[in-house]
Structure formats: structure tokens, C-alpha cells
Design a protein around this ligand. Sequence first.
Ligand code: 13P
Ligand code: SF4
Length: 343
Amino acid sequence: MTFETFYQEMQEKLKNVVPEPEIFIKAEIAWEINKLKIEKNAVILGHNYMEAALFHSIPDHVGDSLGLSRIAAETDKDIIVFCGVRFMAETAKILNPKKTVLLPAKKAGCSLAESITAQDVRDLRERFPGVPVVTYVNTYADVKAESDICCTSANAKAVVESLNTDTVIFLPDEYLAGNVAKETGKHIIFPTRTKRANDSLLDVQLIGWHGRCEVHEQFTVKDIEDIRAQYPDVAILAHPECSPEVVAASDFASSTTAMIRYVEESNAPQYLLLTECAMGDNIAAANPDKNMLGLCRVRCPHMNEITLEDTLDSLQNMRYVIEIPEDIRIRAERAVQRMIEIG
Ligand code: 13P
Ligand code: SF4
């Protein structure tokens, strides 16, 4: 393919979501990245929250946390460039340790991953001995290493149900835990950071933590009521990191890839996504016939750190390399692998 054809394809796809002068600049950078990717035998994975020009130009695979983990585990390329946030790149390294995993930004954190430490998990285990620990993949490797099994938004219910226990510790997303509790019929408590005299498991089935996604916690039931007043037939899709009240008032809730599939396979007059802004643009670019309400106001600052410029720099200068101490990696791998086996 020539650069002209590549640029025209990007233009065609992005014309309604990216300003025209920007498309040319981004196409030039993406073209360089794609050449370098082949030279260096690299694969680029792009999370569904990447900005539209990046999402539609350089990834070999796009998807949600679960889908990209699976691909990372199976790739035979020498280098995995993860266009997503740090915990995702770490998961790739956990599953495929012989590969060089690059994250194109130094930090690219996540408010959920920052909300809990490995010591917090050890303390909870001591307070609730014998209770299995499920951690959301939006955590760092040392926290995963303290867990029995991981989950993503795509499989949280199945993972909790697979344990066949009355009580589960579910960390660290308070809202995802609330949504899973509703789906599984389990009820949830949030222990304080210190042990209390009346800690008891008698009526406790899902023990949560006070982590929240700084993006999804911003959506309210009032937002939904206002939109429905204006667009009575709108289909509203929420990510399960939104509060249980917001999820209950929406028409559908699941992982980012399941939300995309829902839009592609249904026929509502308009769609509103209660999730990271970029995803609406990505769907609009790929499905020009769908009416995506562009009322989104929340961009994840961590996902936003990943740019085309930084991805080029990442491949040119081999940075930032993800390293995980082997003892932590092996224990974290057990928890992630156990999740992948469930599906
Ligand atoms: P998914 O696993 O649904 O892609 O979500 C990841 C995430 O960070 C949502 O905020
Ligand atoms: Fe973390 Fe929320 Fe950003 Fe997802 S959207 S990476 S959960 S801060």
C-alpha cells in the first residue's frame, strides 16, 4: 500500500470524528509506526479507549482488557506495544514474559489500580481467612499476585460464580462489586481499613473495597433522565464501573467490546455510551450509519497519555519497557491464567 492510499483510507474513516488537517499529520506518524512495526517484528494492541486516529490506524488488534490479554498471551512477535494503560501492559508481560512489552507512556495509571496495595490484600486475607480473593484486572501485578483469580468486566459474574463459595472478596472497584453482587444475588460489605471487633462472615457474601474509576463514577441517574427526556428512544449503554443505580437505569451494561457489539447488532435511533469518550468516536468512525450521541464529557486522563507521537517514540527508542519481578509475575500469572481458562 502507498502512503496516499493509507491516508485516503484514514480520511474516509475519520472524516466525521477528526478535523481534516489533523488527519494528515496523524496519518504521517501512523505510516512511520506501521513501517517500524514490521522492521522490529512488533505487534500493536489497542484498547477500545484509544483516540480515534490511533485506534483506526496502527493496532493489529483492538479490544477490551480480556480480549487483548488473550492476544498478548498468544503472540509470537518479539515486541508487544500496548496502547492502553500500565496495568494492561503488565498483564501482557505476566502472560508472555519472554517478549519485550512496551507502554508508550511513562505512567498511564488508573484510579482503580492506584486504590489498593498488595499489603491491603494481605490484611483482608488475614481478617477473612479462607475467603477467596477476586481482583479486577485493573490492578498492578503485585496485587494480582496476592489474589486467587482475576476478572474483567466481561467475565466478573462468571468468575465469582466459578468459585462456588458463599463468600468472596471482590477488589478493588466498589461499583463493579455492587453490580456483580446484584447479578449473582450476593450481598456486599465494605470493611474499614482496620479490623473491627464485630467482623463476622455470618451474613456477608461479597466483601468489597472503596476503589472507583474516576471516569465512570461521574455519570449519574440524572444524566440518564435528562437524555431520555430529550431522546425517548435512545439506547443507553453503561460500563459496569458505573454505579449500580446508573447501570439499573441504563439499557445495557458490559465490557467495552460487548458495548461495541451491542451497537453494531441493534437498531436504536440513537445511542449514548456512559463510558470513556473516545469509544463513541471509534464506533461512529466504523459505523457511519449509527447515530452516536456525542454528549460525552469524560476522557480518561490515563488513556489519553497514549498518543501516536509517543507510540512512534516508544518503538524508535524501545521505551517504556515493562518489567515485573519474576516471583511476583509467577504468582500473578496463576490468577490471570485461571481467569482466562474460565472464558
Ligand atoms: P474493559 O475491560 O471493559 O475494556 O474496561 C477496561 C477499563 O479500564 C474500563 O474503564
Ligand atoms: Fe482506569 Fe477508569 Fe481510566 Fe479505565 S477509564 S483506565 S478504570 S481510570
